[in-house]
Design a protein around this ligand. Structure first.
Ligand SMILES: [Zn+2]
Length: 274
């Protein structure tokens, strides 16, 4: 995901507000920069990797206007909880094929919404007439590409932009943000610093309990669990090395494959799997 980023000048305010643990007023950015000196809600410290200008110039931003909150012109942070709820409420109000429900709340009390898309809402549960495709996103709060893209897909579904006949074939359920507390603090974990994506067996956390119950209730046929993978992770650094070796008779220079050049001023957190 490409995002225009700016410097946050009210960093001290953001830190003090973050420490309070609940919904905070937004500190508006005023100048261009990639990273911040202190955490900002729904943004963290900014990107850990900034594409060098020589490379970035080869990949211009696509000329698309997604129209969702996170892609609004001049927007710095990713979509806030309030923006997300207002946006999907409007989608549900304006689309005759959309319905908004809540499947539960996070540890800190934030809502976990579910958007349903169907031409007959009475038949969605238990696959009464069509397969149900379930898309859930952002169980890891610092993986915003998942949540932002889920909102774009929701918009396209509401506008029939994915094909007017799509909902003749399937029903769709979207949970755009499974971990709202982690999204607020822009961290992987839930409020208690535990990984909800490791709780599907024990089902101890309210966020996982909520989606567990909803999935049991709706019985989807296909589940897409959307994540985001940073460029600084190195688990796949040597993928293709075997082929490379067979073609060249030697292994490539590891120093160029285990880490990427970065203009970022801080290192990426330790590698994690989804
Ligand atoms: Zn993830």
């Amino acid at each position: 995901m490409t995002k225009k980023v700016r410097c946050i000048t009210s960093a001290a305010l953001a830190v003090s507000l973050l420490s309070s643990g609940f919904a905070l007023p937004w500190a508006p950015p005023t100048a261009h920069a990639a990273q911040t000196d202190a955490p900002v809600p729904y943004y963290g410290l900014g990107p850990s990797y900034v594409q060098p200008a020589e490379v970035k110039s080869l990949f211009p931003d696509p000329q698309l206007d997604f129209g969702t909150p996170g892609f609004a012109k001049g927007k710095v942070a990713f979509t806030t909880q309030e923006e997300m709820l207002a946006y999907i409420s409007k989608l549900a109000e304006t689309s005759k094929h959309a319905k908004l429900v809540s499947i539960g709340t996070s540890l800190e009390g934030r809502d976990i919404p579910l958007l349903l898309f169907s031409k007959d809402m009475t038949t969605v549960k238990q696959n009464q007439t069509k397969p149900l495709v379930w898309l859930q996103a952002q169980i890891h709060g610092n993986e915003p590409a998942a949540g932002e893209s889920a909102l774009v897909i929701a918009k396209w579904l509401a506008e029939d932009a994915l094909g007017a006949d799509l909902l003749d074939k399937v029903n769709v359920a979207i949970v755009p943000r499974l971990n709202p507390d982690g999204s607020y603090q822009f961290k992987r974990y839930i409020a208690t610093d535990l990984d909800a994506n490791r709780d599907y067996m024990k089902v101890e956390y309210p966020e996982v309990q909520a989606v567990h119950q909803a999935i049991n209730e709706f019985q989807p046929d296909v589940i897409l669990d959307a994540h985001e993978y940073g460029v600084n992770y190195n688990q796949f650094a040597h993928v293709g090395e075997k082929l490379y070796r067979s073609c060249n008779g030697r292994v490539g220079n590891r120093s160029t494959t285990t880490s990427l050049p970065t203009s970022g001023k801080r290192a990426q957190s330790p590698p994690m799997t989804s």
